[in-house]
Design a protein around this ligand. Structure first.
Ligand code: ZN
Ligand code: FE
Length: 255
């Protein structure tokens, strides 16, 4: 592992992540839901904060930033497309851009859908992708700004990453996502097994984030709209992948 990653529960059900590049000791934060738990984690680790990576403009991902900037003066990195409504950025990036966290290379992937200008951060050397409210454990973010077409395109990019990639998403929504997923594919045995695992983890207060991309590909209905077994499960054998995704997303909105 080139990065040490610490998961920090924030607010009611958000996650922030601290990433420390092992080679240089450089530390970045992904999203700033609130300052206190992040300051506490930095203090316990004895780490400074060199950079903050923002995924999208929603308050539950940025509201802790001013306090952290005041205390640590990190470089603030976010999407150029979203710069007009994000906190002031020191580095504004586009899809396909890369940046350095110490000696670790981060890649920017546009994952618009939940919001327009939502980005994910992929660190190939650590097999880690930070997806916030795009791809989530057993789910995907609600479409507040983008279209189903946009979200399907975004999820398809994430689905194409190596299957052993670890997915660090932004919320602990897995148990409720699981209930919906089971209504879509009640006969998916990988899903049934995963739900048992999720239930056990939640029963003892453990997070269900991160998850592996392989697990998501096998169980997350929003990554499975292109599969014949999913088309059969939803009775849309002749529909396009896009149409199946749109239908599943609409069912979830009304669930
Ligand atoms: Zn959001
Ligand atoms: Fe959120």
């Amino acid at each position: 592992m080139t990065l040490e990653i610490v998961t920090i529960p924030c607010l009611a059900d958000n996650y922030a992540f601290l990433l420390r590049d092992q080679a240089t000791g450089t530390v970045a934060l992904v999203d700033a839901p609130e300052a206190y738990p992040i300051q506490k984690a930095l203090h316990e680790k004895g780490w400074k904060l060199d950079a903050v990576l923002l995924t999208h403009h929603h308050y539950d991902h940025v509201d802790g930033l001013p306090e952290l900037v005041e205390e640590y003066h990190p470089q603030v990195i976010g999407a150029k497309e979203d710069a007009h409504r994000l906190p002031p950025l020191d580095l504004a990036l586009n899809e396909g851009d890369t940046f350095m966290l110490g000696e670790s290379v981060g890649h920017v992937i546009d994952v618009s859908g939940h919001t327009i200008g939502h980005i994910a951060f992929h660190f190939p050397s650590a097999n880690a992708v930070f997806t916030a409210d795009s791809l989530m454990a057993l789910g995907c973010g609600r479409l507040f700004e983008g279209t189903p077409e946009m979200m399907w395109a975004s999820l398809s990019k994430l689905a194409a990453l190596p299957a052993d990639t670890i997915v660090y998403s932004g919320h602990e929504y897995t148990a409720s996502n699981a209930k919906f997923a089971l209504t879509v594919e009640p006969n998916n045995t990988a899903l049934q097994a995963r739900i048992a695992d999720v239930t056990a983890k939640r029963a003892n207060g453990s997070p269900t984030v991160p998850s592996s991309l392989a697990e998501e590909l096998a169980t997350n209905p929003f990554l499975r709209a292109h599969l014949p077994e999913m088309k059969t499960a939803v009775g849309m054998e002749d529909a396009s992948d896009q149409q199946v995704f749109t239908a599943i997303r609409k069912q979830k909105d009304n669930f």
